[in-house]
Design a protein around this ligand. Structure first.
Ligand code: TYM
Length: 338
Protein backbone atom coordinates (compact mmCIF):
# COMPACT_ATOMS: atom_id res chain seq x y z
CA UNK A 1 0.00 0.00 0.00
CA UNK A 2 1.47 3.35 -0.94
CA UNK A 3 0.97 6.33 1.29
CA UNK A 4 0.73 9.69 -0.39
CA UNK A 5 3.36 12.18 0.77
CA UNK A 6 2.25 14.87 3.21
CA UNK A 7 1.19 18.06 1.49
CA UNK A 8 3.27 21.08 2.52
CA UNK A 9 1.61 23.16 5.22
CA UNK A 10 0.66 26.71 4.23
CA UNK A 11 -0.06 29.31 6.90
CA UNK A 12 -0.90 32.96 6.48
CA UNK A 13 -2.72 35.70 8.32
CA UNK A 14 -4.37 39.06 7.97
CA UNK A 15 -5.04 41.82 10.49
CA UNK A 16 -8.68 42.81 10.97
CA UNK A 17 -7.61 46.43 11.31
CA UNK A 18 -9.79 47.73 8.50
CA UNK A 19 -11.50 46.55 5.38
CA UNK A 20 -9.53 44.25 3.04
CA UNK A 21 -8.14 46.10 0.01
CA UNK A 22 -7.29 44.98 -3.49
CA UNK A 23 -3.67 45.09 -2.23
CA UNK A 24 -4.54 42.37 0.29
CA UNK A 25 -6.44 40.54 -2.41
CA UNK A 26 -3.80 40.62 -5.16
CA UNK A 27 -0.85 40.19 -2.81
CA UNK A 28 -2.36 37.51 -0.58
CA UNK A 29 -5.97 36.24 -0.58
CA UNK A 30 -6.13 35.56 -4.31
CA UNK A 31 -3.00 33.42 -4.13
CA UNK A 32 -4.26 31.57 -1.06
CA UNK A 33 -7.42 30.66 -2.94
CA UNK A 34 -5.64 29.78 -6.21
CA UNK A 35 -3.33 27.25 -4.54
CA UNK A 36 -5.52 25.98 -1.70
CA UNK A 37 -6.02 22.52 -3.24
CA UNK A 38 -2.26 21.93 -3.47
CA UNK A 39 -1.56 22.46 0.21
CA UNK A 40 -2.54 21.62 3.75
CA UNK A 41 -3.68 25.10 4.72
CA UNK A 42 -4.47 27.19 7.76
CA UNK A 43 -5.47 30.83 7.56
CA UNK A 44 -5.84 33.18 10.45
CA UNK A 45 -7.48 36.48 11.27
CA UNK A 46 -4.81 37.86 13.55
CA UNK A 47 -6.93 39.84 15.97
CA UNK A 48 -4.23 40.11 18.66
CA UNK A 49 -2.04 41.84 16.07
CA UNK A 50 -4.77 44.44 15.59
CA UNK A 51 -5.16 45.39 19.27
CA UNK A 52 -2.54 48.03 18.71
CA UNK A 53 -4.64 50.14 16.36
CA UNK A 54 -8.18 48.90 16.96
CA UNK A 55 -9.39 50.02 20.37
CA UNK A 56 -13.17 49.80 19.99
CA UNK A 57 -14.37 46.28 20.91
CA UNK A 58 -17.46 46.49 18.69
CA UNK A 59 -15.34 47.52 15.74
CA UNK A 60 -12.95 44.66 16.53
CA UNK A 61 -15.80 42.12 16.53
CA UNK A 62 -17.34 43.55 13.36
CA UNK A 63 -14.00 43.59 11.55
CA UNK A 64 -13.13 40.01 12.48
CA UNK A 65 -16.48 38.84 11.22
CA UNK A 66 -16.40 41.09 8.15
CA UNK A 67 -12.90 39.99 7.15
CA UNK A 68 -13.82 36.33 7.58
CA UNK A 69 -16.88 36.81 5.37
CA UNK A 70 -14.70 38.56 2.77
CA UNK A 71 -12.18 35.72 2.72
CA UNK A 72 -14.91 33.11 2.31
CA UNK A 73 -16.57 35.31 -0.32
CA UNK A 74 -13.25 35.47 -2.19
CA UNK A 75 -13.20 31.69 -2.41
CA UNK A 76 -11.47 30.29 0.67
CA UNK A 77 -12.94 26.82 1.12
CA UNK A 78 -13.18 26.01 4.85
CA UNK A 79 -13.08 22.26 4.12
CA UNK A 80 -9.53 22.46 2.78
CA UNK A 81 -8.45 25.85 4.11
CA UNK A 82 -9.72 26.34 7.67
CA UNK A 83 -9.89 29.96 8.81
CA UNK A 84 -9.87 30.95 12.48
CA UNK A 85 -9.39 33.90 14.80
CA UNK A 86 -5.93 33.97 16.40
CA UNK A 87 -7.19 34.63 19.93
CA UNK A 88 -9.40 31.52 19.80
CA UNK A 89 -6.17 29.53 20.02
CA UNK A 90 -4.37 30.70 23.19
CA UNK A 91 -1.09 28.99 22.28
CA UNK A 92 -0.24 31.84 19.87
CA UNK A 93 0.21 34.18 22.83
CA UNK A 94 1.89 31.50 24.94
CA UNK A 95 4.48 30.62 22.32
CA UNK A 96 5.22 34.33 21.80
CA UNK A 97 6.62 34.53 25.29
CA UNK A 98 8.78 31.46 24.84
CA UNK A 99 10.15 32.71 21.52
CA UNK A 100 10.94 36.10 23.00
CA UNK A 101 13.73 34.30 24.86
CA UNK A 102 15.43 33.52 21.54
CA UNK A 103 14.72 36.86 19.85
CA UNK A 104 17.16 39.71 20.13
CA UNK A 105 16.24 43.30 20.92
CA UNK A 106 18.49 44.40 18.05
CA UNK A 107 16.66 42.22 15.54
CA UNK A 108 13.31 43.71 16.48
CA UNK A 109 14.77 47.22 16.37
CA UNK A 110 15.89 46.64 12.78
CA UNK A 111 12.46 45.69 11.41
CA UNK A 112 11.62 48.11 8.60
CA UNK A 113 7.90 48.09 9.37
CA UNK A 114 8.58 49.01 12.99
CA UNK A 115 10.92 51.81 11.93
CA UNK A 116 8.41 53.13 9.36
CA UNK A 117 5.46 53.01 11.73
CA UNK A 118 7.29 54.71 14.58
CA UNK A 119 9.26 57.31 12.60
CA UNK A 120 8.86 60.75 14.16
CA UNK A 121 6.84 59.46 17.14
CA UNK A 122 7.80 60.01 20.77
CA UNK A 123 8.55 56.95 22.92
CA UNK A 124 5.32 57.56 24.83
CA UNK A 125 3.32 57.23 21.59
CA UNK A 126 4.80 53.83 20.68
CA UNK A 127 3.21 50.75 22.21
CA UNK A 128 5.57 47.91 22.97
CA UNK A 129 3.18 45.61 21.07
CA UNK A 130 4.30 47.35 17.88
CA UNK A 131 7.88 46.43 18.72
CA UNK A 132 6.99 42.89 19.75
CA UNK A 133 4.69 42.25 16.81
CA UNK A 134 7.15 40.08 14.78
CA UNK A 135 7.53 37.62 17.69
CA UNK A 136 3.77 37.02 17.71
CA UNK A 137 3.90 36.60 13.94
CA UNK A 138 6.72 34.05 14.30
CA UNK A 139 4.56 32.14 16.80
CA UNK A 140 1.62 32.11 14.38
CA UNK A 141 3.80 30.50 11.75
CA UNK A 142 5.94 28.15 13.87
CA UNK A 143 3.05 26.78 15.93
CA UNK A 144 1.78 24.85 12.89
CA UNK A 145 5.02 23.51 11.36
CA UNK A 146 4.34 25.74 8.37
CA UNK A 147 6.44 25.14 5.28
CA UNK A 148 5.23 28.06 3.22
CA UNK A 149 3.96 31.51 4.12
CA UNK A 150 2.23 33.23 1.18
CA UNK A 151 2.43 36.98 1.81
CA UNK A 152 2.98 40.32 0.11
CA UNK A 153 6.44 41.82 -0.13
CA UNK A 154 6.07 43.93 3.05
CA UNK A 155 6.10 40.76 5.19
CA UNK A 156 9.33 39.34 3.75
CA UNK A 157 11.53 40.61 6.56
CA UNK A 158 9.18 39.24 9.23
CA UNK A 159 9.31 35.76 7.67
CA UNK A 160 13.12 36.00 7.50
CA UNK A 161 13.17 36.80 11.22
CA UNK A 162 10.84 33.84 11.86
CA UNK A 163 13.39 31.60 10.17
CA UNK A 164 16.17 32.95 12.38
CA UNK A 165 14.06 32.45 15.51
CA UNK A 166 13.22 28.86 14.49
CA UNK A 167 16.86 28.04 13.77
CA UNK A 168 17.99 29.50 17.07
CA UNK A 169 15.37 27.60 19.08
CA UNK A 170 16.20 24.36 17.24
CA UNK A 171 19.91 24.86 17.91
CA UNK A 172 19.30 25.41 21.61
CA UNK A 173 16.66 22.75 22.30
CA UNK A 174 16.89 20.28 19.39
CA UNK A 175 14.76 20.00 16.22
CA UNK A 176 11.38 21.43 17.13
CA UNK A 177 10.22 23.86 14.46
CA UNK A 178 10.00 23.59 10.70
CA UNK A 179 11.95 26.49 9.20
CA UNK A 180 9.39 28.18 6.91
CA UNK A 181 9.83 29.93 3.57
CA UNK A 182 8.04 33.04 2.37
CA UNK A 183 5.98 32.54 -0.80
CA UNK A 184 6.01 35.94 -2.50
CA UNK A 185 4.77 36.17 -6.09
CA UNK A 186 6.52 38.24 -8.75
CA UNK A 187 3.42 40.24 -9.53
CA UNK A 188 0.96 41.74 -7.11
CA UNK A 189 3.23 41.50 -4.07
CA UNK A 190 3.38 45.27 -3.71
CA UNK A 191 0.30 47.21 -4.81
CA UNK A 192 0.81 50.91 -4.21
CA UNK A 193 -1.46 53.68 -2.93
CA UNK A 194 -3.67 55.26 -5.61
CA UNK A 195 -2.85 58.68 -4.18
CA UNK A 196 0.85 58.33 -3.34
CA UNK A 197 2.27 55.63 -5.60
CA UNK A 198 5.57 55.47 -3.73
CA UNK A 199 3.66 54.26 -0.64
CA UNK A 200 2.15 50.78 -0.20
CA UNK A 201 -1.65 50.56 -0.49
CA UNK A 202 -2.84 50.10 3.08
CA UNK A 203 -6.20 49.36 4.68
CA UNK A 204 -5.36 51.69 7.56
CA UNK A 205 -4.64 54.69 5.32
CA UNK A 206 -6.86 57.55 6.55
CA UNK A 207 -7.33 58.69 2.93
CA UNK A 208 -10.00 56.30 1.59
CA UNK A 209 -9.20 57.36 -1.97
CA UNK A 210 -5.80 55.70 -1.63
CA UNK A 211 -7.21 52.19 -1.70
CA UNK A 212 -9.99 50.13 -3.24
CA UNK A 213 -11.75 47.96 -0.69
CA UNK A 214 -12.97 44.55 -1.80
CA UNK A 215 -16.42 45.68 -0.65
CA UNK A 216 -16.43 48.91 -2.72
CA UNK A 217 -19.45 49.24 -5.01
CA UNK A 218 -19.07 50.20 -8.68
CA UNK A 219 -19.73 53.94 -8.22
CA UNK A 220 -17.06 54.10 -5.49
CA UNK A 221 -14.56 52.19 -7.63
CA UNK A 222 -15.28 54.51 -10.53
CA UNK A 223 -14.70 57.61 -8.40
CA UNK A 224 -11.49 56.27 -6.83
CA UNK A 225 -9.96 55.24 -10.17
CA UNK A 226 -10.93 58.60 -11.67
CA UNK A 227 -9.14 60.35 -8.80
CA UNK A 228 -6.12 58.01 -8.87
CA UNK A 229 -3.00 60.05 -9.59
CA UNK A 230 -1.22 59.48 -12.91
CA UNK A 231 2.17 60.55 -14.20
CA UNK A 232 3.07 63.63 -16.18
CA UNK A 233 2.99 62.27 -19.75
CA UNK A 234 -0.16 60.62 -21.10
CA UNK A 235 1.32 57.27 -22.16
CA UNK A 236 0.09 53.99 -20.68
CA UNK A 237 3.57 52.56 -20.18
CA UNK A 238 5.26 50.88 -17.21
CA UNK A 239 8.60 52.24 -16.05
CA UNK A 240 10.26 53.17 -12.75
CA UNK A 241 9.78 56.88 -13.45
CA UNK A 242 6.03 56.31 -13.93
CA UNK A 243 5.11 54.67 -10.60
CA UNK A 244 1.44 55.72 -10.64
CA UNK A 245 0.57 54.32 -14.06
CA UNK A 246 2.82 51.28 -13.57
CA UNK A 247 0.83 50.45 -10.44
CA UNK A 248 -2.53 50.77 -12.21
CA UNK A 249 -1.19 48.69 -15.10
CA UNK A 250 -0.08 46.02 -12.64
CA UNK A 251 -3.59 45.82 -11.19
CA UNK A 252 -5.06 45.64 -14.69
CA UNK A 253 -2.57 42.99 -15.79
CA UNK A 254 -3.26 40.64 -12.89
CA UNK A 255 -7.02 40.87 -13.23
CA UNK A 256 -6.93 40.52 -17.04
CA UNK A 257 -4.23 37.84 -16.88
CA UNK A 258 -1.94 39.91 -19.10
CA UNK A 259 1.74 40.81 -18.79
CA UNK A 260 2.72 44.47 -18.44
CA UNK A 261 3.89 44.60 -22.06
CA UNK A 262 0.57 43.13 -23.22
CA UNK A 263 -1.25 45.80 -21.22
CA UNK A 264 1.01 48.42 -22.79
CA UNK A 265 0.28 47.11 -26.31
CA UNK A 266 -3.44 46.97 -25.59
CA UNK A 267 -3.51 50.66 -24.66
CA UNK A 268 -0.96 51.91 -27.20
CA UNK A 269 -2.00 55.38 -28.39
CA UNK A 270 -5.10 55.43 -26.18
CA UNK A 271 -4.15 57.64 -23.20
CA UNK A 272 -5.34 57.60 -19.60
CA UNK A 273 -9.10 58.16 -20.17
CA UNK A 274 -9.82 54.85 -21.93
CA UNK A 275 -7.32 53.07 -19.69
CA UNK A 276 -9.05 54.22 -16.51
CA UNK A 277 -12.49 53.38 -17.95
CA UNK A 278 -11.43 49.82 -18.83
CA UNK A 279 -9.66 49.38 -15.49
CA UNK A 280 -12.84 50.44 -13.68
CA UNK A 281 -14.94 47.95 -15.65
CA UNK A 282 -12.44 45.18 -15.00
CA UNK A 283 -12.38 45.87 -11.26
CA UNK A 284 -16.18 45.99 -11.05
CA UNK A 285 -16.45 42.74 -13.01
CA UNK A 286 -13.75 41.00 -10.93
CA UNK A 287 -15.30 42.02 -7.61
CA UNK A 288 -18.91 41.20 -8.62
CA UNK A 289 -18.77 37.50 -7.60
CA UNK A 290 -17.19 38.45 -4.25
CA UNK A 291 -19.98 40.99 -3.65
CA UNK A 292 -22.62 38.42 -4.46
CA UNK A 293 -21.12 35.99 -1.93
CA UNK A 294 -20.79 38.77 0.64
CA UNK A 295 -24.52 39.43 0.37
CA UNK A 296 -25.13 35.74 1.00
CA UNK A 297 -22.99 35.81 4.16
CA UNK A 298 -24.60 39.06 5.31
CA UNK A 299 -27.93 37.24 5.23
CA UNK A 300 -26.47 34.33 7.17
CA UNK A 301 -23.89 35.66 9.67
CA UNK A 302 -24.10 32.54 11.86
CA UNK A 303 -22.55 30.56 9.05
CA UNK A 304 -19.41 32.72 9.25
CA UNK A 305 -19.24 32.21 13.03
CA UNK A 306 -19.72 28.47 12.61
CA UNK A 307 -16.90 28.27 10.09
CA UNK A 308 -14.56 30.27 12.34
CA UNK A 309 -15.36 27.99 15.28
CA UNK A 310 -14.72 24.91 13.16
CA UNK A 311 -11.43 26.39 11.97
CA UNK A 312 -10.36 27.17 15.55
CA UNK A 313 -11.16 23.62 16.66
CA UNK A 314 -8.88 22.22 13.95
CA UNK A 315 -6.10 24.70 14.71
CA UNK A 316 -6.31 24.07 18.47
CA UNK A 317 -5.53 20.35 18.10
CA UNK A 318 -2.29 21.17 16.28
CA UNK A 319 -1.38 24.10 18.52
CA UNK A 320 -1.88 22.15 21.76
CA UNK A 321 0.37 19.33 20.57
CA UNK A 322 3.09 21.70 19.43
CA UNK A 323 3.00 23.78 22.59
CA UNK A 324 3.31 20.68 24.80
CA UNK A 325 6.31 19.62 22.77
CA UNK A 326 7.86 23.08 23.17
CA UNK A 327 7.21 23.13 26.92
CA UNK A 328 8.69 19.65 27.27
CA UNK A 329 11.79 20.76 25.35
CA UNK A 330 12.32 23.91 27.42
CA UNK A 331 11.53 22.10 30.69
CA UNK A 332 8.94 24.56 31.98
CA UNK A 333 5.98 23.31 34.02
CA UNK A 334 5.58 21.37 37.24
CA UNK A 335 5.53 17.93 35.64
CA UNK A 336 8.75 15.94 35.36
CA UNK A 337 7.94 15.12 31.74
CA UNK A 338 11.21 13.70 30.47
P1 TYM B 1 -1.67 42.63 6.73
O1 TYM B 1 -2.93 42.38 7.47
O2 TYM B 1 -1.11 44.01 6.71
O3 TYM B 1 -1.84 42.17 5.24
C1 TYM B 1 -2.31 40.87 4.91
C2 TYM B 1 -1.62 40.35 3.66
O4 TYM B 1 -1.81 41.27 2.57
C3 TYM B 1 -0.55 41.63 2.03
N1 TYM B 1 -0.60 43.03 1.60
C4 TYM B 1 -0.30 43.46 0.37
N2 TYM B 1 0.12 42.80 -0.73
C5 TYM B 1 0.34 43.54 -1.83
N3 TYM B 1 0.19 44.89 -1.89
C6 TYM B 1 -0.23 45.58 -0.80
N4 TYM B 1 -0.39 46.89 -0.86
C7 TYM B 1 -0.48 44.86 0.39
N5 TYM B 1 -0.91 45.22 1.63
C8 TYM B 1 -0.97 44.09 2.35
C9 TYM B 1 0.44 41.47 3.18
O5 TYM B 1 1.76 41.30 2.72
C10 TYM B 1 -0.11 40.22 3.84
O6 TYM B 1 0.33 39.06 3.19
N6 TYM B 1 1.86 40.84 9.80
C11 TYM B 1 0.85 40.50 8.83
C12 TYM B 1 -0.21 39.55 9.35
C13 TYM B 1 0.30 38.31 9.96
C14 TYM B 1 0.82 37.18 9.28
C15 TYM B 1 1.12 36.22 10.29
C16 TYM B 1 1.04 36.89 7.93
C17 TYM B 1 0.32 38.02 11.29
N7 TYM B 1 0.81 36.77 11.48
C18 TYM B 1 1.67 34.98 9.97
C19 TYM B 1 1.59 35.64 7.63
C20 TYM B 1 1.89 34.72 8.62
C21 TYM B 1 0.16 41.76 8.38
O7 TYM B 1 0.14 42.76 9.05
O8 TYM B 1 -0.55 41.61 7.21
Amino acid sequence: MSTSPRKPRVFSGMRPSGTATIGNYLGAIRNWVAQQAEYDNLFCIVDLHALDTLTDPNEMRDNIHGLAATMFAAGLDPEIAPLFAQSDVPQHAELTWTLSAVTQFGELSRMTQFKDKTAGKSDAAINSSMFFYPVLMASDILLYDSDLVPVGDDQRQHVELTRDIANRFNARYGETFVVPKADIKEVGARIMSLQEPTKKMSKTDPNVNSFIALSDESDVIKRKIKRAVTDSDARVAASPDKPAVSNLMQIYGILADMSLSEVEDHFAGKGYGPFKAELTDLLVESLAPIHENLRMFAANPDEVTRRLEDGAAKARVLAEAKMSDVNRKTGVGGKLHR
